[in-house]
Write a protein that binds this ligand. Structure first.
Ligand code: ADP
Length: 585
């Protein structure tokens, strides 16, 4: 960051305006410098320099801006403000706090040329030092803590681009983020606020192979398609298939310390819902508001396209900052398709050579650079932290062969494919078990074996096999009807139905069923397996399949999800099923 470039940056003049893209002449700028465009000083970023022509993407609406108006260069890249106050905040794509902007303008729509710092510069925070005079500190080291919210302790870090040194003065007490809290012998003053250029990953040590799951509390995900802490996942699905509900379930229930939720340009009213709903959500882990460990970035489709382009970078930089404190961060981006469309729009304004379906040729590279910032890291201060990234994809018409879905598929290791047919049949979460996959499954097995049950992988494989067999049998059933199948296959269909209805389906809106701990996920499946084992024994002993299916205890399987006292319930249910089936022969 410390560019020792001292040339005076000349301001320029607007040459042309095309939507969010403005060209300027006579501007002495570098790539990614932030500039202020036109009389109103609209914020923009340099995205191309060719000879004397500098191209700028503008983060605000440009109507009325005309050639001949000035362009002022700041000589600085687009940065985020980092420090206490990030949590419980709602930002636009360039980290302007929505509430502050709205107060300034007294309207729900953002006005132009209004700027606001990303974190409150006036608020005083309680700084508790963790270093003493004479201590040597290095980049990334924790010099103190701040109770940022009721839930999260903020760690004040020596900035990664600092030289480090010996502590010569330490403060304690209430300070604003701009006041010095620690001084070093080099003369460097450390404050609670630091900045970081959004397009540059914050430095970290090695990425490690993740071995711990990011538990989602959703059976189909934890049970069949688990994601690791530090992992990447995509949720593609057509409109109405449950992308937003799935993302919000993750935000609420996943066992991440910090949530960064990027709402990227879905229809305007939908984002308004998110902005209104999120602050109301309780945090099931603590009982405090969920916002106490959440940063929300909201870009509605009526906000300028360039701000949509930048919102994912703003989000991931904030995620990296909390990772550096040693936290597990979960970042949700809903939806990355809107982000890709913003790239496409800007690219077409630049008259770049279009790639597939008009997306720029660098679409794949941008997607992978973004997901690449996920991972389980050794931090530079010796702690470990993780960023798990979950991106929703909204392919037009639900067609997964389109470029954003396909390129995302090549990058992410976990794929939760939402299915319109399942959603229509009210099978929720509508994650299609045939099309979805997780490449973390085997590497997470040891964790599940140790923390849930030794036979977790076997039981899961049994469920996968039954579902596979059901898939094949369904094709026959469609041709000849269920009754034409041999009895053992009819029984398989019956068992598969319980796996789907009692295990895979989960109601996000039911108080108890909304979250399922891994033990419960496991026990539900073993209860169904008890039925399966007993039923096949009975079948072998000559009991007709209808009699087995009619056993009185069976319908209770479908009520397991809503049981709070599930252990006792399942013990009893397993006994009843066993007893009743054995009575048949
Ligand atoms: P999308 O974001 O893909 O357009 P939504 O997430 O808004 O779709 O989901 C559409 C509707 O589907 C929701 O309003 C809800 O009624 C239902 N739904 C989705 N997921 C679940 C779930 N896990 N449990 C219950 N209902 C769900």
């Amino acid at each position: 960051m410390s560019q020792a470039d001292t040339t005076v940056r000349e301001d320029g003049i607007i040459d042309s305006v095309s939507g969010p893209v403005v060209t300027a002449v006579d501007l002495d700028a570098r790539m990614n410098d932030v500039v202020y465009v036109g009389e109103e000083g609209l914020m923009g970023e340099v995205i191309e320099i060719e000879g004397d022509i500098t191209t700028v993407q503008v983060y605000e609406e440009t109507s009325g801006v005309a050639p001949g108006e000035p362009v002022e260069n700041t000589g600085e890249p687009l940065t985020v403000d980092l420090g206490p106050g990030l949590l419980d905040s709602i930002y636009d794509g360039v980290q302007r706090p929505l509430d502050v902007l709205q107060d300034k303008m007294n309207s729900a729509f953002l006005d132009r040329g209004v700027d606001a710092p990303g974190i409150d510069l006036e608020k005083e925070w309680e700084f508790v030092p963790e270093v003493e005079e004479g201590d040597a500190v290095e980049p990334g080291d924790v010099v103190g803590t701040v109770p940022e919210t009721v839930t999260i302790e903020h760690k004040v870090l020596v900035p990664p681009n600092s030289e480090g040194g010996e502590v010569t003065a330490v403060e304690e007490g209430e300070f604003t983020v701009e006041e010095t809290v620690v001084e070093l012998d080099s003369g460097e003053e450390i404050r609670m606020r630091q900045e970081w250029p959004v397009r540059e990953p914050r430095p970290a040590g090695d990425k490690k192979t993740p071995t711990e799951p990011l538990l989602t509390g959703q059976r189909v995900q934890d049970g069949l398609f688990p994601i690791a802490k530090g992992g990447t996942a995509a949720i593609p699905g057509p409109f109405g298939s449950g992308k937003t509900v799935t993302q919000q379930q993750l935000a609420k229930w996943s066992d991440a310390d910090i949530v960064v939720y990027i709402g990227c340009g879905e229809r305007g009213n939908e984002m308004t819902e998110v902005i209104e709903d999120f602050p109301e959500l309780p945090d099931p882990q603590t009982g405090n508001p969920l916002m106490a460990r959440t940063t929300l970035i909201a870009n509605t489709s009526n906000m300028p396209v360039a701000a949509r382009e930048s919102c994912v970078y703003t989000g991931i930089t904030i995620a990296e900052y909390y990772r550096d404190m040693g936290y597990d961060v979960a970042l949700m981006a809903d939806s990355t398709s809107r982000w890709a469309e913003a790239m496409r729009e800007i690219s077409s304004r630049l008259e770049e050579m279009p790639g597939e379906e008009g997306y720029p040729a660098y679409l794949a590279a941008r997607l992978s650079q973004f997901y690449e910032r996920a991972g389980y890291f050794d931090n530079i201060n010796g702690t470990e932290g993780s960023i798990s990234v979950v991106g929703a994809v909204s392919p037009p018409g639900g067609d997964f062969s389109e470029p954003v879905t396909q390129n995302t598929l090549r990058i992410v290791k976990c794929f939760w494919a939402l299915d319109a047919d399942l959603a229509e049949r009210r099978h929720f979460p509508s994650i299609n078990w045939d099309e979805s996959y997780s490449l973390y499954r085997e590497q997470l097995d040891p964790w599940f074996e140790e923390n849930v049950s030794d036979d977790w992988p076997e039981v899961r494989q049994w469920a996968v096999d039954v579902l596979d067999e059901e898939g094949e049998l369904q094709e026959i059933v469609q041709l000849v009807g269920k009754d034409a199948l041999p009895e053992d296959q009819q029984l398989t269909l019956e068992i598969a139905r319980y796996i789907r209805e009692a295990w895979l389906q989960q109601n996000a809106f039911h108080d108890v069923d909304t979250y399922c701990e891994p033990d419960k996920t496991y026990l539900i499946l073993t209860t169904i397996k008890t039925f399966s084992d007993e039923a096949f024994d009975a079948l072998e002993a000559g009991v007709p399949v209808e009699e087995i299916s009619d056993v009185e205890a069976l319908p209770r399987i479908n009520r397991i999800g809503v049981q709070e006292e599930y252990e006792a319930y399942m013990d009893e249910l397993k006994d009843d099923i066993t007893e009743q089936i054995r009575e048949l022969y």
